[in-house]
Design a protein around this ligand. Structure first.
Ligand code: BGC
Length: 370
């Protein structure tokens, strides 16, 4: 179904696929009251609060926002959460953006469940609150969510793992392990659920075996999205389940940073290279994809994602109503946050050069490894 959707074979199939994954086909949504444009005059201050730099996409985001905001005719204040105390530092950064009079506050949450007080204050001060890449949970005080379709990211990862196993490990059944991202990031569960929607039926029919038996999100999580935590868990899983010759065919990894950590663990243990998925198209992973060490990644163009948030601000500034989707995967515990969803792209060695043709840095890396 997903394949049909991606190839755009038929409008009917696309609609059915969207319905199945819980996405609406897009509708106009007014957002909440603060969405009325007059509240963001041209030239006003836009605050951007980003999490700690746990992956390259966040590093890139700062500059991308700076450029997009200036180009759209607004002023910007862009801040990152502190790696050692991400939650309190981000909370105080948002408070200071409110004090400085930011008319829109764009937030990539360090912890999506810890910002209720800050977004309530932002709304009270008349700012538009936009959750960016990561949703903000358990509050009505978020106007919009701008992100890539996270559930679809997971579906692509799950399908890539299956395809990679078939291509590289012959006929199944296959032994795998599954990893998830950080539980304080609302995306992590959605990525995992998307992937498991593809993998679970294959676990049930015996094509896949999770040898450790650790198939739940709670068991699979990687606190803080930290490489060392994934590497440690993989090492422990190997010691407990693969030390006596049981083969490990593949690993579901939710992003590239963790994929490299997982591959480091299998290499140190002297295991043959498993099929490993990823996400983010990090410059350290592309050479590994091109030489066959990491099987796949996902391309989520950070510049496009930042631009989508700024386009939204511009639309509101003009007093127009943005076009949003109502997707249950963007439910924040209170409501489905009206969203602008971008489409992620699966990348393997086969399509890397083509997939990165709008990005000189990534295209060069892909071409170098051809
Ligand atoms: C982002 C991913 C990223 C992860 C770790 C997620 O919220 O969507 O692209 O890999 O955070 O930083």
């Amino acid at each position: 179904m997903r394949k049909k959707y991606m190839l755009g074979v038929a409008a009917v199939a696309a609609a059915a696929a969207l319905a199945l994954t819980g996405c609406s086909t897009g509708r106009t949504d007014a957002g909440s009251d603060s969405g009325s444009g007059s509240s963001i005059p041209k030239g006003s201050l836009i605050g951007v609060a980003l999490p700690a730099k746990t992956s390259q996409n966040w590093v890139l985001a700062g500059d991308d926002f700076k450029k997009s905001i200036a180009k759209a005719g607004f002023k910007s204040i862009i801040q990152y959460a502190d790696a050692t105390s991400p939650v309190p530092s981000q909370q105080s950064e948002i408070n200071s953006m409110i004090t400085k009079g930011a008319k829109a506050i764009i937030i990539g949450a360090a912890d999506g469940s810890q910002l209720g007080t800050q977004v309530a204050a932002a709304k009270k001060a008349g700012a538009v609150v936009i959750a960016w890449d990561r949703n903000i949970l358990n509050t009505k005080n978020v106007d919009y969510y701008v992100a890539f379709n996270n559930f679809h990211v997971g579906e692509l990862q799950g399908q890539a793992l299956l395809d990679g196993l078939k291509k590289e490990k012959g006929d199944g059944p296959y032994n795998i392990e599954v990893f998830a991202g950080s539980p304080d990031d609302a995306n992590a569960k959605v990525f995992f659920d998307g992937a498991m929607s593809v993998l679970q039926p294959k676990i049930d029919d015996g094509t896949l075996k999770v040898v450790s038996g650790q198939t739940t999100f709670q068991k699979a999580v990687t606190q803080g999205w930290l490489a060392q935590n994934a590497q440690k868990r993989m090492t422990d899983l190997i010691t407990a389940n693969y030390a006596k010759g049981t083969k490990l065919d593949g690993v579901l990894s939710p992003n590239d940073t963790l994929a490299r950590a997982i591959l480091q663990a299998t290499k140190s243990a002297g295991l043959p290279n498993p099929v490993v998925t990823g996400q983010d198209s990090e410059t350290d992973s592309i050479p590994l994809i091109m030489n066959g060490t990491q099987y796949s990644t996902i391309y989520k163009d950070t510049q496009k994602e930042a631009q989508a948030a700024i386009d939204l601000v511009s639309t509101l500034s003009k007093g127009e109503k943005p076009k949003t989707v109502d997707d249950k995967n963007n439910n924040n515990g209170v409501f489905n946050v009206p969203a602008i969803e971008l489409t992620p792209v699966l990348v393997t060695k086969e399509n890397a050069v083509e997939a990165y043709k709008n990005n000189a840095t990534l295209e060069k890396l892909a071409k170098a490894g051809e």
